[in-house]
Write a protein that binds this ligand. Sequence first.
Ligand SMILES: [Zn+2]
Length: 215
Amino acid sequence: MSDQELRKQVVEACHVLSAMGYLAGIGGNLAMRKADRMAVTPSAADYFSMKPEDICILDIHSLEILEGERSPSVESGLHALIFRTRPDIQASVHTHQPVASAMALLNRDIPMVSGEEQSELGEKVPVVGYGPSGTGMLVSALKKKLRPDLNGYLLRNHGIICGASSMEQAIRNVRLIEKAAARYISESISTNRSPGVSAPVIHQALGSLAEYRKI
Ligand SMILES: [Zn+2]
């Protein structure tokens, strides 16, 4: 795949995820790689009007900008870590999707239940320890949790990051995570099985999300 094709696929994915409401305005970012290069969305991007020439090409080891005029996403380090650690992953998506982000605020792993969830994402989507957006601290927190058998992670108080062998599958995976998060929350409320996960707590978590939708 050429750099131009990578850029086009990233832009198409931005449009799809924006339409789904998963990027929350200018929040979230995504990347695709080919070998040691990755195409990543620019910082402070308007995803609805994004064009292939807005996408940056970076070296996944040094994060050096190889092509592109714009500043790359501040979360480029997270995507590069995933690509360096997991050669099987070709696409990486970081979203602020509402329900899974509420789980990140509640600090709860999301159990994967269905066959498709488990085959695509593993046994759970675990919470990664907190680090401020765009920092080495957040990259280190993800590094500690990254496993070869888990493809999705909740970033504490922030959102999710999810990888797959293609961008198409990464988008399917973020949908699976959102559905699983909604199921976990509704089951927790109806069965009172998870202490601390009650309707008022969920309401408060969803209300707090607005503060975490900027990066
Ligand atoms: Zn973010």
